[in-house]
Structures are given as C-alpha cells and as structure tokens.
Design a protein around this ligand. Sequence first.
Ligand code: ZN
Length: 157
Amino acid sequence: MASQQSMNSNSSSMSKSRSRSGSMPQLLCYHNDIAPIRVVKHDGPTRGKRFYGCSHWPRTCGFFKWADESDEVRELQFKLFEKDTEIAELELENSLLQEKVKELKQTNLKNRDQLEEILLENSVTREGMYTATADKKLYVFLLMSWVFFSVVYMFQK
Ligand SMILES: [Zn+2]
C-alpha cells in the first residue's frame, strides 16, 4: 500500500517535472549551474523576451540563450514545412496543368488539322462556286453579244 502510494506520488511528480521542462527546459550555464530565465528590460525589439543567463551575474560566464527561441525555431520550421508542402502541392498542380496544356495542344493540333481540312474543302467548294459564277457570266456575255449582234444585223437591213 505504502509502496503503491510512493509510486503514485513518484510518477505524478515525474510527469509534473516533465511537463514543466517541456514548456521551459532547464539549462546549465558554463559554471554548470542552473541558468535562471530573465526578461529583457531595456527598450528595443527584444524587450519582454525571455532568455537564459548566468546566475553569477555580473561575474557572468557569458552564457546566453533566448528562452523562446527554440519555440520560434520550431514554429518557423513548421511554417517552412507547411510552405514546402504548399510548394509541393503547387508543383503537382503545375505538372498536372502542364500535362493538361500538352493535351490541349495536341487536341488543338488535331483541331487545326481538322480546320485545315475544312478550309481545304471550303476552298474547293468556293472554287467550284467560282467556276459556276464564271460560267454564268460567260453565258450572260454570250447572250448579250448575241442580242447586240442581232440588233446590229436588224439596223443593217
Ligand atoms: Zn555561469
């Protein structure tokens, strides 16, 4: 019973320390002492930022590390990963689009062939039509010349 209780308290304290170290890990300075977390108090872009420093300040060993940096780096890495995924997706989309463009170009080429065929056919029919109108004109010309000839012949009589 007693051992069980101690085990329980042990595990609970272990999990507690683990969760605390997960959010804010404890670091040692070059003195091998626990580096306390301090907050930047002077004005500037880093104001309010937490950092690890030497506990023997002002006789510091020069240890310095941003406390929030690891989180920021992790966040940036995650963002980068997200961007990479986005880029990969875009590249996939791009390749798909390129394939589609290729397909469309092929269809376009086929269509152009068909169009050329149609145009060829059209020009052939137009040529036929042209010959038909030329025949008509010739026929009218012959008729007119015949009428003219007959009129001249009648006046000569
Ligand atoms: Zn130190």
